[in-house]
Design a protein around this ligand. Structure first.
Ligand code: TYD
Length: 194
């Protein structure tokens, strides 16, 4: 595949979406995409969350959405595009570990096993880290998902940091408490190097 897959991760309110949109304008030949996707599969995940469906159901829907999304991503990569993806597998690991831990013994293993036949590994992943209080403030009054609670997001962010520490080659940890210009420039430089 000729292109590159770059993923952006972090808790809600970390500013990923803003930065991805800035980078999309800065980088020639890029495509912006995100998960959950805006297809009926992605929308079904959001519906399941809104309706408070079982954690396992929600996890399986995220994975089904990703399986289809990866087919699109592969097409872009074959065309030589720089794919900027707002949330990907690390979101599932960081969030669903917390959500599934009362339901199954080793949620991380379970998630990785299901991904095994279809996952496409990112070339580079940015993890946006910031104080959870700042993230919550940024989320403000917009409609909150079932995950957007302080204690939950604290644990999700800890999970993210653990994942990044175990895969230092793939991850770049970014201080997301800086101005969006600074964060975007830092990411841009790393992408250029790639
Ligand atoms: P989010 O990126 O916030 O979507 P939007 O900007 O359209 O609201 O994603 C919605 C929520 O889903 C967010 O709290 C993170 C969570 N999530 C998971 O729990 N697992 C996943 O695999 C993904 C992609 C997202």
């Amino acid at each position: 595949m000729k292109g590159k897959l770059i993923t952006f991760e972090g808790i809600d309110g970390s500013g990923k979406t803003t930065i991805v949109n800035i980078l999309g304008k800065m980088i020639e030949n890029s495509v912006i995409t995100y998960e959950p996707t805006n297809t009926w599969l992605g929308k079904s995940v959001k519906k399941a969350m809104d309706e408070g469906k079982d954690a396992m159901t929600i996890a399986l829907l995220f994975l089904a959405d990703r399986n289809e999304h990866i087919k699109e991503i592969k097409k872009w990569l074959d065309e030589g595009k720089i794919v900027l993806c707002d949330r990907y597998i690390d979101s599932t690991i960081a969030y669903q570990i917390e959500h599934l831990k009362k339901r199954i013994k080793n949620p991380e293993r379970w998630i990785k096993n299901i991904h095994e036949p279809f996952l496409l590994k990112p070339d580079l992943t940015f993890l946006f880290v910031l104080p959870v209080n700042v993230a919550i403030k940024r989320i403000g009054n917009r409609k909150k998902t079932i995950f957007e609670k302080k204690e939950f997001l604290e644990r999700v962010q800890e999970n993210y940091i653990k994942i990044a520490e175990n895969e230092k080659d793939r991850f770049v940890i970014v201080d997301a408490n800086k101005s969006k210009e600074d964060v975007a420039n830092e990411c841009y430089k790393k992408i250029k190097r790639l």
